[in-house]
Design a binder for this molecule. Structure first.
Ligand code: F6P
Length: 362
């Protein structure tokens, strides 16, 4: 402790999403107004902590932030301080720079470090906690793939964006009697496709957890046509995989492509061949990550931001602030790090979608 006011470090890591600024606002306001703490914001995620780039955050810094997309702290994707590429005499070398983080935390007299991020950011936080840093994590990403919380910050806003896209695609699909394929993000998990697919009335939903057979999708589209439905909407999660490539996998993670490659184009080409129906593709991309958070995301960010500071005040460290059954529920970082929360294939959402006649291509 600096002998005066308790200091808290704060950073945002990984891809941006709606709600990051809103959670920063909740942390700063609670820390200053309720506890009189100082908040040191590190810029561009862990990179700022390694390089000691920071700014002290004040109430005026967070004024008007509730509805703003992005993060005022900046962020970096795929940055690992335990395996950082640095330039030594013109040569690129891999180095473990976590010691620098520990030193900077000590130098600033930081009592607790609040990290807002996805699985990689939380896993790094967990590894830092093993080095003696007091870490509190707040789960965010549009993929909703973080265990220990019902929802991640940004997910509901992304589902709203994808649902709006599906609603709009319906107009053209119906007017032109087309098959419309919408590709949404989600990486290893199909939450965005599943929830927006249900909300937006998709006829076919493809997710990484349920490998698909293209012939079965084509058959469903032709059945719809026969019954008088001249169009079909296919909602595709970017990480979905055809059944013939998914054989012998123990977990959906084993099948998930390392990098995403617009699988919807392949699917649309094959569907057009099999159905002889005009098929068009829309890849929603980064539109899902930008813009203002939805009202429910603003409530979630506020709950988790306030809770993280309350945890710091009570000395509850090395945990993630999560929500379970709509109640705040801190969970050990060890139970979250390195993991992925997949869509349960026989869970309620998949079941009700099937009851509504949705095909998963299986
Ligand atoms: O994890 C969030 C996410 O938006 C994924 O859904 C998506 O695959 C990925 O990030 C895209 O990240 P990048 O910014 O590296 O393209």
């Amino acid at each position: 402790m600096n002998g005066q006011r308790k200091r808290i470090g704060l950073l945002t890591g990984g891809g941006d999403c709606p709600g990051l600024n809103s959670v920063i606002r909740a942390v700063v306001k609670t820390a200053i107004n309720i506890y009189g703490y100082e908040i040191i914001g590190f810029t561009d995620g862990y990179m700022g902590l390694v390089n000691n780039r920071f700014k002290k955050l004040t109430l005026s810094d967070v004024s008007g932030l509730l509805d703003k997309g992005g993060t005022i702290l900046g962020t970096t994707d795929s940055f690992d301080p335990f395996n950082m590429t640095i330039d030594i005499d013109g040569e690129k070398q891999e180095r473990d720079m976590s010691g620098r983080i520990v030193d900077n935390i000590k130098m600033h007299d930081i009592e607790a470090l609040i990290v807002i991020g996805g699985i990689n950011t939380i896993t790094t936080g967990y590894r830092l906690s093993l080095l003696g840093v007091n870490v509190i994590a707040i789960p965010k990403n549009i993929d909703n793939d973080i265990p220990g919380t019902d929802a991640t910050i940004g997910f509901i806003s992304a589902v709203n964006t994808a649902t709006e896209a599906l609603d709009k695609l319906h107009s053209t699909a119906e007017s032109h009697h087309r098959v419309m394929v919408l590709e949404v993000m989600g990486r290893r998990a199909g939450w965005v496709a599943l929830e927006s697919g249900i909300a937006g009335g998709a006829d076919i939903i493809l997710i990484p957890e349920i490998p698909y057979e293209i012939n079965l999708i084509a058959r469903r589209i032709l059945e719809r046509k026969k019954s008088g439905k001249n169009f079909s909407i296919v909602c595709v999660s970017e990480g979905c995989i055809p059944a013939d490539k998914a054989k012998n996998a123990d977990s959906p993670d084993d099948n998930c492509p390392k990098s995403m490659h617009n699988i919807s184009s392949d699917i649309a080409t094959e569907l057009e061949k099999l159905t002889h129906l005009e098929t068009r593709v829309t890849v929603l991309g980064y539109l899902q990550r930008g813009g203002e958070p939805s009202p429910s995301d603003r409530i979630l960010t506020t709950r988790l931001g306030v809770e993280a500071v309350n945890m710091a005040a009570q000395g509850i460290y090395n945990k993630m602030a999560g929500i379970s059954n709509n109640a705040l529920c801190p969970i050990d970082l060890s139970e979250v790090a390195y993991k992925c929360k997949h869509v349960p294939v026989d869970g309620e959402l998949v079941r009700i979608a099937r009851n509504m006649g949705v095909s998963f291509g299986d």
